[in-house]
Design a protein around this ligand. Sequence first.
Ligand code: ADP
Ligand code: MG
Length: 379
Amino acid sequence: MNEVKTASTLAMLGGGQLGRFFVQAAQNLGYKVTVLDPDPDSPAGKIADHHICKKYDDQEALLSLAKTCQAASTEFENIPAASLKYLEKHITVRPGSHAVSIVQNRILEKSFLRENFFPVGDFAIITLEKDIQSLDSSIFPAILKIAQYGYDGKGQIHVNNIKELKDAFSKFNFSPCVLEKKMNLDTEVSVVLARSVENKKVFYPIIENKHVNGILDTSMVPASIDEDLSKQAITIADKLSSALEYIGVMAVEFFVSNGAIYVNEIAPRPHNSGHFSIDACRHNQFDQQVRSLVNLPLADTSIHAKAIMVNLIGDVWIQEGKVINPPFTEITNENTIVHIYGKKEPRPGRKMGHFTVIGKNLTDIKDLVDAARAKLSKR
Ligand code: ADP
Ligand code: MG
């Protein structure tokens, strides 16, 4: 497989923070990047060599990418699979439309997992009101999740019985959904991996994740789960990437419940929980995304430090109803690295940046995280 030569132009579909980190990694390796994102203020669009400010299914924009770029990747699972399919006719696209079309739809994703005997929690597919009548009540308490376009806990309603489920389904305008049994979680972990076209795979260490209000709050490496569970998580992620014929960087989110591991969902892209790799590894997940796209060898995934990543959501910027400039210089030190994504407007729950604390032991790292958080919440 020939590598795509430096000075070539890569296409990035999606202009969020993940796209921005991709642009930086690609430019560091000598590539130009064209970002497609309809938002004129998109974080990646601002630093890209070119920004096409059009929708993801705009035929002219896609044609222009096909003509001017040698390879394309995505940072956002809701890119229409049809757009990727169109680009695939002309240029290299990683991940491909087939894998993305499955994991961007919770119904297809969950069905794929069940059909291929991957461990998943109890769930039911709800596409019509009559699907609700035939449900076994043992599924409650449960979470109704819209099949497409949900993120950060959005598009999810907790339901305790048939009546609440009917109300929730109508709130979602009867859009196709999955209903998941609520699990008692011991913890949550994720695996970020990269797979090359030659079937080489590299795995970052298992990450342990804590969510607050459905949004990722912290990611810790190494995870505190035992070795056997870690091995199971890696094995499942490995098999999943093969089963999806996946090329590029992907992440698998897992639930650990009563000592057993279950797949929660798959992200066809680098993942928020993998941001520790920017500061705790020589090669981060975006570097691997570029490498797998242009056929450069995948790089080392080992950590040179332990790490906790903390998401900075819009709430940090909003104090007493006013937008403030949080004191990031005060929390920055040799162990604490702040990354701000350049989004124009902070909104509650919106991911605006993150910081990572690296160090030799997790106790000291946790103390630094607490100190940083205290400084940021001081009024
Ligand atoms: P998103 O696409 O927003 O990441 P997820 O399905 O991963 O959606 O849900 C977000 C978080 O909500 C999960 O990481 C977990 O903390 C919680 N959650 C989701 N589904 C379940 C479930 N079936 N049981 C228990 N907790 C859940
Ligand atoms: Mg998730």
